[in-house]
Design a protein around this ligand. Structure first.
Ligand code: EPU
Length: 428
């Protein structure tokens, strides 16, 4: 097991490049199952979620190669192999195998998904969608079994605006008979990216990116080449980092429109943000003002940036309220930030941050992916040395993080943990 060590307090400068979007990648890779000839996806991030999905496609008979961020999947030899346990439990997005396998084979058996522990994360809206398309679903010993004689298009109203349910229903519906209409669909850019891949494969989809998506099922889908969108959450993490510990940072390979809610909040705090075509320049103002944020579905402030933003707020003057309306319990990073001298209390779905304080280096543990990002930012802001454990979470979603940060002048490195440290971590 490894830990990250960060010597904080040094201003960072230069440019940093954003990788392909994790939350698109984890849907695009399963989507390749739906084709009958090879699909190539360019620009994938080098993260463990991508590696796990590659292994899962191979487990069901796919031929997969992955190098230089490009994945080629030949799905022609795939079979409807049950995947009840093992690797599927390692990531939340393994639920996309349900939609994709149901779409292609009319059957699937998938272990209940794992992923970050952010409080309850039901998949009832996915199931509701699959059932509306004609699937029979049972839940046996921690796995979901889906089976349909045929899939027929249906009108599906989502009771909760869900990224995962919107994409999963799209995956199952593209090869169903007739028209599917998803109402109250999520509008995140990753949904448009998946719809673009499916359309290039021959699917007929209209309205992705709006709250009504219409899908006319087709008999078969073919291979194609697709370039993934940049990761707006990684880009947002770097923008926050630039405001927290930067001295002028250019973030490259971004779609600035995807980050408007964050840009608005940073400007409100007094941060200088300049957007170009595919890059954003961020430099902190002389004084940072506390601002409140409330997470919402896209295009609102993303829940995935709430935790990193909280680290930044410790440096702002005044009191700020961070409310997460998507995941009301996404506050496991707060105790760790407190260890670093932050003054934060949690009340219900909100964290109240009083600043400004100077963070101090400490030994902290990442409990989930974005908590990890929050702690790395805090470590770079802090005086002294910070040690971050729980790197398996960070490695799920941030590609080559230390190399990228070292490029900005950060002093950050990985070290092997001693046996004693591993024992302590297990018992904590
Ligand atoms: N929800 C339900 N029922 C469902 C599905 C969702 O009640 O059937 C609820 C959830 O509990 C949550 C809300 O609806 O309160 C939104 O959940 P959504 O389905 O949109 O989340 P998700 O698809 O499981 C994706 C990202 C998350 C991100 C959320 C919200 C992936 C693989 N994950 O999750 O990303 O936080 O959307 O934007 O795309 C991350 O990247 O760190 C991460 C956790």
């Amino acid at each position: 097991m490894e830990k990250l060590k960060i010597a904080g307090g040094y201003p960072l400068k230069g440019s940093i490049r954003v990788s392909g979007a994790k939350n698109s990648a984890v849907a695009l890779i399963p989507a390749t199952i739906l084709a009958d000839s090879p699909v190539t996806i360019e620009g994938l991030p080098e993260i463990s979620d991508v590696e796990i999905l590659k292994g899962l496609l191979e487990e069901i008979g796919g031929k997969v190669s992955f190098s230089n961020n490009e994945m080629m999947v030949d799905p022609s030899g795939m079979i409807s192999m049950p995947l009840p346990n093992g690797r599927v439990k390692k990531l939340r997005a393994s639920y996309y195998l349900m939609g994709a396998m149901l779409g292609r084979f009319k059957r699937a058996a998938i272990g209940l998904p794992g992923g970050c522990h952010l409080g309850p994360r039901p998949i009832d809206q996915h199931i509701k969608g699959f059932e509306a398309l004609g699937a029979q679903i049972t839940n046996e010993q921690g796995a979901i079994y889906l089976r349909a004689d045929e899939l027929r298009g249906a009108k599906i109203y989502l009771d909760v605006v869900s990224v995962g349910a919107t994409i999963n229903i799209m995956l199952a519906a593209v090869r169903a008979k007739g028209r599917t209409i998803i109402e109250n669909a999520a509008k995140e850019p990753e949904i448009i990216d998946v719809a673009t891949l499916l359309t290039n494969m021959g699917a007929k989809i209209k309205g992705a990116g709006t709250d009504i998506i219409r899908i006319d099922g087709v008999e078969s889908l073919h291979g194609c080449r697709h370039t993934i969108i940049p990761d707006r959450i990684e880009a947002g993490t770097f923008m926050i980092l630039a405001a927290a510990a930067g001295k002028g940072i250019v973030i490259d390979n971004v779609i600035p429109q995807h980050l408007e809610s964050l840009t608005a909040k940073l400007r409100e705090m007094g941060v200088h943000v300049e957007a170009g075509d595919d890059q954003i320049f961020v430099s902190p103002g002389s004084r940072l003002k506390a601002v409140d944020i409330k997470t919402l579905v896209y295009p609102g402030f993303p829940t995935d940036l709430q935790q990193p933003f909280t680290s930044l707020l410790t440096k702002a003057e005044g009191s700020a309220v961070v409310t997460d309306t998507i995941y009301g319990a996404r506050f496991k990073h707060i105790d760790e930030l407190r260890r670093m001298n932050a003054n934060i209390k949690v009340e219900g779905r909100s964290a109240i941050i009083s600043g400004a304080v100077q963070l101090q280096g400490a030994k902290v543990k990442a409990s989930d992916l974005r908590a990890g990002a929050a702690l790395v930012i805090a470590g770079l802001m802090a005086e002294g040395i910070t040690e971050v454990t729980g790197l398996e979470h960070i490695d799920r979603g941030y590609s080559n993080l230390e190399e990228k940060l070292t490029g900005l002048g950060a002093t950050i490195w990985r070290e092997k943990m001693t046996e004693e440290e591993v024992e302590q971590l297990k018992s904590s």
